[in-house]
Design a binder for this molecule. Structure first.
Ligand SMILES: [Fe+2]
Length: 278
């Protein structure tokens, strides 16, 4: 089965720019690109930072934009979101007994767990006792089935001081819980606005760029955040027994594709002109 992960939309009220870019226009372009794959994809999950200021106007705009998406979707919150305003605009959004934006999707391919790692008012994340209890119960109920976990914050440092100061607090304790049943196949997160993948303990993970601004490669900078206009992307994830593929899709790229003869010929001629000095 296939699904799509999108992250860090940072929607702002219509017409406004954020870090010199237009988040609304970009999310529309992202949706248009996802829709071209909709027939072979089952759902879309958006791993937080839906809106930049967590304000009702932006959530209403997001709700309108999502009407254009041809897939069922699951919304998660990030450090820029505000639960109260989110629920006002998305009253049917899934939540757990304690009111956190946590939900479960059980499919033939496995159990998908959408976590809420937000410590409202803070940029760093937290996974408190009430949320741990929910996760612990879900992991137990999943039994032998494969489990895929989604959250906004990375639960460990990725080596960039600007981001590591706002990772999940107490990540090691979280890892113990994640590894407790041996059934978690992959951890998907956002927040870092970068493509990062690897493994953490026994758990493979991946993160992806946002749809608007990115974070540049900088192993030294603590503050300010090294924002960049690097390539935006979303991920198409393909699951089979014992295999997880994460394809990053740079939906704004306009590189010539071989199956677009007109563009290809134009570009080829352009490159030749440069090479020959014409
Ligand atoms: Fe973000």
């Amino acid at each position: 089965m296939r699904f799509v992960q999108v992250s860090d939309l940072h929607i702002v009220p219509n017409g406004q720019k954020l870090h010199g870019l237009d988040p609304v226009r970009r999310f529309k372009q992202c949706i248009a690109d996802i829709n071209t794959h909709a027939e072979s994809v089952e759902f879309c999950v958006i791993t937080g930072d839906l809106c930049d200021q967590g304000d009702p106007e932006s959530y209403k705009l997001l709700r309108k934009l999502l009407k254009g998406l041809k897939l069922p979707y699951h919304l998660m919150v990030g450090n820029h979101d505000r639960r109260e305003d989110f629920f006002k605009v998305f009253p049917a959004a899934a939540r757990d007994r304690a009111g956190f934006v946590q939900s479960e999707l059980v499919t033939d391919s496995g159990v998908f767990l959408f976590l809420d790692s937000v410590d409202e008012g803070e940029h760093a994340g937290v996974y408190c006792e009430r949320r741990r209890a929910w996760l612990s119960e879900r992991l137990e109920q999943a039994g032998e089935r494969p489990v895929y976990v989604f959250m906004h914050h990375p639960p460990f440092e990725i080596g960039f001081p600007s981001l590591d100061r706002m990772a999940l607090n107490d990540g090691e304790r979280f890892r113990e819980l994640l590894e407790s049943t041996g059934q978690v196949r992959h951890l998907f997160f956002g927040h870092v606005h970068r493509p990062v993948s690897g493994s953490w303990g026994s758990v493979p993970f991946s993160a992806l760029p946002g749809t608007n601004h990115q974070i540049a490669t900088d192993f030294e900078m603590v503050t300010p955040m090294p924002y960049s206009h690097g390539p935006a992307a979303y991920a198409i994830v393909d699951l089979e027994d014992n295999r997880t593929l994460v394809h990053l899709n740079h939906f704004l790229d306009d590189y010539p594709r071989r199956n677009d003869a007109r563009v290809w010929e134009e570009r080829k001629v352009g490159w030749l002109d440069k090479l020959t000095g014409r």
